[in-house]
Ligand binder design. Structure first.
Ligand SMILES: *Cc1c(COP(=O)(O)O)cnc(C)c1O
Length: 422
């Protein structure tokens, strides 16, 4: 019995499903990781993989980047949490405020879940309204208000998890991404909407970029209806460039939520926005938000080091050039093999769908053939590549992925497509 299987055997008796977050589970057992270094992870049996999961997004600089590690080491000997303001925290806030167009003011938190929960509360407090609009397939963490089943825009949101009271989701409406008419109709009809919360690029049903002009229209419609527009940039923040997705697309929301990369591999979250909205947050205003570890100096040091090193030289260009080479090769291999499907990508994030020729919303994404994905996942694992085990998760490239890594990845994907076409 290999070591991961043995550890998992114990783990599943002690932790639900044997994991700390559901997506990590796969059959017959998830690999226990012993080490991450650059573009690689090594499991407890000593097997090394090129990592394309990259912890689902935070590791744009790769595992244990020396500059990030040095920044953390410098901080931890001075203490790891104070329950009082600190300079690293201010430095991260300053950095986010200067880089993110919508961020006049910033509040740090510990996770993306917290960030979106707090941002929604703030938008509700600011407008005095309760309605929330999210995208079908949009993911904003695991708190009650956003755990709704996809449904028609007018219907009351129905909980997608046991244990969520219908009262918590009754104000949450769902519309299809890339469908401006659906959003516009809803906002025209329902005058109790506080905010629209959306990932500018959907990233939790695979990668779905906005169609030409869509985000501009969203901005226009929310403004016309006096609704707070929140971009959930937990994935896209500092991944799609030094000014995040909003900088890349030139569309500025009223509020922004962040996480993942801003923690540089440590637990992190933040929400930010226009001054008059953020002034609603306690202790300045009446919307209560708090956290023992919020603004943690270790997280702040790691996050700042990551943001700084990414902003240097042409790191983003290099990253995107390598990612483009990989996704082009996968597209070519798919076309050559005759395996039906498509590859969605933007910047350093991509996903492969088997079946649909085009994926422009979550309904399209759900049509992907999970069995083919499962075969690809296993093939890649056997060939030294670690991907997220779910068909609707993204792959992430980091600056630690070298040109040689990209060559290896291209070969592995082509190999799978050839095998699949036989
Ligand atoms: C990961 C993610 C979250 C949740 O962040 P956690 O740190 O896992 O709580 C929220 N929104 C989006 C878009 C995410 O991808």
């Amino acid at each position: 019995m290999d070591q991961s299987a043995k550890l998992y055997e114990e783990s599943r008796g002690l932790a639900p499903g044997g994991v700390s977050s559901p997506v990590r589970m796969f059959q017959p057992n998830p690999l226990f990781i012993a080490k991450g270094q650059g573009s690689r992870v090594t499991d407890v049996d000593g097997e090394e993989f090129i990592d394309l999961c990259m912890a689902y997004g935070p590791l744009i600089a790769g595992h244990a980047h020396p500059e990030v590690t040095a920044a953390v080491q410098e901080q931890i000997v001075k203490g790891t949490v104070y329950g009082a303001p600190s300079e690293p925290e201010l430095a991260l806030v300053r950095r986010i405020a200067s880089a993110v167009p919508s961020a006049d003011m910033v509040r740090l938190a510990n996770s993306g879940t917290e960030a979106t929960m707090h941002a929604i509360r703030t938008a509700r407090g600011y407008t005095g309204r309760f309605g929330v609009v999210k995208m079908n397939g949009g993911f904003h963490g695991a708190h009650d208000a956003v755990l709704v089943k996809a449904g028609s825009g007018s219907a009351e949101g129905v909980p997608s998890s046991k244990g969520v009271p219908s009262g918590a989701t009754q104000y949450t409406h769902t519309v299809e991404y890339n469908d401006i008419q659906a959003m516009s109709d809803l906002l025209e009809k329902d005058k109790d909407i506080a905010c629209v919360i959306m990932e500018p690029v959907l990233g939790n049903v695979g990668v779905i970029p906005p169609e030409e002009g869509y985000l501009e229209e969203v901005r226009k419609v929310t403004r016309e209806n006096d609704v707070v527009l929140i971009f959930d940039e937990v994935i896209t923040g500092f991944r799609l460039g030094p000014n995040c997705a909003q900088g890349r697309f030139g569309v500025t929301p009223d509020m922004t939520t962040m996480g993942k990369i801003i923690g540089g591999g440590y637990p992190a979250g933040a929400f930010a926005g226009r001054r008059d909205i953020m002034e609603m947050v306690a202790p300045q205003g009446p919307v209560y938000v708090a956290g023992t570890f919020a603004g943690n100096p270790v997280t702040a040091a790691a996050g700042l080091a990551t943001i700084d090193l990414m902003a240097r030289g042409d790191n983003y260009q290099t990253l995107e050039r390598r990612s483009d080479r990989l996704t082009s090769a996968i597209r070519d291999a798919m076309a050559d093999s005759g395996v039906p499907g498509c590859v969605n990508s933007i910047g350093s994030m991509f996903s492969i769908y088997f079946g649909p020729e085009q994926v422009r919303n979550a309904t399209d994404a759900e049509r992907t053939d999970r069995e083919v994905f499962g075969r690809m996942f296993r093939y890649m694992l056997k060939h030294g590549v670690y991907m997220a085990p779910s068909a609707l998760e993204d792959s992430f490239v980091s600056i630690a992925h070298t040109d040689e890594d990209i060559d290896t990845l291209c070969e592995a994907f082509s190999g799978f497509m050839r095998e699949e076409s036989r």
